[in-house]
Write a protein that binds this ligand. Structure first.
Ligand SMILES: Nc1nc2c(ncn2[C@@H]2O[C@H](COP(=O)(O)OP(=O)(O)OP(=O)(O)O)[C@@H](O)[C@H]2O)c(=O)[nH]1
Ligand SMILES: [Mg+2]
Length: 498
């Protein structure tokens, strides 16, 4: 699915690989290969935030273990492949294949102590992975706790605050993702923000800015307690979190990942549906008590057995059960399939998918090309061979000067502003971010219904505004950013006039 920018960076990698030594050449070919792969998104967040549950919902299959007491200890990459396959990649480079277990999940025992595992490489035939690779990560510990110096050394950058036993190879696997989804629950705390910043530092330069990071406010069903409707609270809270994290993520989307997982992975059986239908027949007062807490749901008299109750709690939790009962009360003939569709809608997952499309997939080309540029720059910095270093530096320079790559300069500039390295007034910043992350002049200029002439005129005006700002209104850092924006709008005006 690589776009025009990624393709031309890939071509450039090939060109210079032909002129450099073997070591740099191999690195360049690796970068080129990555440009042709689907976008990699890492799912990060605190322990038990619901990361693996979200991963399963995204894949549309329950493959990542999420049960109580089940914690993700190793980095796991899920990508598309011709057959289902689990490869445990050890730190010494050895790979061991395992079958999925009887439930179609990653086996609990990997056959290798987790301290020896670099990451687990899972290929699945799920269509949903065709243009998105998902990386599940162990929960982030608090920042003060541990930063493995060994990992820091090996990756060459500071590592995220993972547990101490996360080694360089898994940290590297996470850092290789081009985009990040952070899962929060309840309020964003100061140490969450610090954890995210550390995660950002550990990733490629482009990782974790509003340009390629998205927040998920998870488990919102637990906000209201019991079966209460969480959405009136979840919406405004997510907005507050988005404001708090404006420099780190493009948006914060509230979801009930559990319901999305259950419905998307087809876990709800007709027998579950029948049990829910039975419960829905109970008088209102009785239901209210039954749903008031997990303990009451387990212990109060009801027409379904204990095992089924436990199963329903695992699949839906109280809010999901309450929601399903309300659907059956209104329509006793509802099919299980239709209930699942409604559960997906109630989980907030469609908005998450759409935001992912908008934030990541549409920008994937630019994100990947930007990632490759950052890698090229790093390579240029690390290469020992003087001649190779020159070739690489020269290539990066040429890339940045070429009008076709102006997009990358824009992303670079927007990135600096978004992370607070360069300060701009809020509306200028927003305009720059739009310019850097979209190709649609009407969206960038916020003129959805304008004709071509009006769009071109508005783009010229914006170009002028930025030029004036570059000359008059700003310090040297702002001025450089403004010049990039000026040129961007100038190119946009030309494009719109065509
Ligand atoms: N009620 C509710 N429970 C959820 C939701 N998402 C996940 N859970 C539950 O929370 C528990 C932890 O979920 P996981 O997906 O394993 O969390 P994780 O972040 O991967 O955990 P670690 O890998 O240990 O860090 C499981 O019992 C899930 O069923 C949700 O949206 N609502
Ligand atoms: Mg997990």
């Amino acid at each position: 699915m690589s776009g025009p920018l990624s393709s031309s960076v890939a071509t450039l990698c090939d060109e210079i690989a032909a002129r450099t030594g073997i070591e740099a050449g191999n690195q360049l070919r690796q970068i080129r290969d990555r440009l042709g792969e689907p976008l990699r998104v890492a799912i990060a967040g605190r322990l038990k935030a619901g990361k693996s549950t979200l991963v399963n919902a995204l894949i549309g299959r329950r493959v990542a273990p999420t049960a109580v007491g089940e914690c993700t200890r190793v980095v796991t990459r899920f990508r598309y492949g011709p057959a289902d396959r689990v490869d445990v990649v050890c730190r010494d480079g050895q790979r061991r294949s395992l079958p999925l277990d009887d439930d179609g999940m990653i086996p609990q025992r990997l056959g290798v102590p987790s301290s020896r595992v670099a990451y687990v490489d899972v290929t699945l035939t799920s269509a949903k992975l065709r243009d998105l690779t998902v990386v599940d990560t162990p929960g982030l510990a608090s920042t003060d706790a541990v930063v493995s110096a060994r990992a820091e050394e090996a990756v060459g950058v500071s590592t995220a605050p993972f547990d101490a036993d996360i080694d360089a190879a898994s940290a590297g696997e996470v850092a290789a993702a081009e985009a990040v989804v952070y899962v929060f629950t309840q309020a964003v705390r100061a140490d969450d923000v610090r954890a995210l910043e550390a995660f950002r530092d550990s990733s490629a330069r482009l990782a974790s800015s509003p340009i390629n990071a998205l927040g998920v406010f998870g488990k919102v069903d637990t906000l209201a307690g019991g079966p209460g409707d969480p959405w009136p609270i979840a919406g405004p809270l997510a907005e507050q979190q988005a404001a708090l994290l404006a420099r780190t993520v493009s948006d914060v989307v509230p979801v009930v990942a559990l319901l999305a997982e259950t419905a998307e992975a087809g876990r709800l059986t007709d027998a579950d549906g029948a049990a829910l239908r039975e419960l829905a027949k109970l008088p209102m007062e009785q239901l209210r008590v039954l749903l008031a807490s997990v303990d009451l749901f387990r212990s109060r008299p009801a027409p379904i057995d204990a095992a089924r109750r436990e199963r329903l709690l695992t699949l839906l939790d109280l809010y999901g059960i309450g929601f399903a009962l309300a659907q059956y009360a209104a329509d006793p003939h509802l099919s299980t399939g239709e209930l699942c569709r409604r559960l997906v809608a109630a989980s907030g997952f469609p908005r998450l998918r759409q935001t992912l499309e908008e934030s990541f997939r549409w920008r994937a080309d630019a994100i990947k090309a930007g990632w490759a540029l950052a890698r090229l720059e790093r390579l240029a910095g690390h290469t020992r061979d003087v001649k190779d270093r020159e070739i690489l530096r020269d290539a990066v320079e040429r890339l940045l000067r070429d009008p076709a790559y102006h997009r990358l300069r824009l992303i670079d500039a927007a990135q600096r502003v978004a992370t607070g390295a360069v300060r701009l007034p809020a509306d200028w910043e927003a305009e720059l971010t739009r310019l850097a992350t979209s190709e649609d002049p009407r969206w960038i200029l916020r003129l959805p219904d304008a004709g071509a002439d009006e769009v071109a005129a508005a783009a010229r005006q914006a170009a002028n505004r930025w030029r004036v700002y570059a000359v008059a209104g700003a310090g040297p850092a702002q001025s450089r950013v403004a010049q990039v924006a000026h040129r961007g709008f100038h190119l946009l005006a030309q494009q719109a006039a065509r």
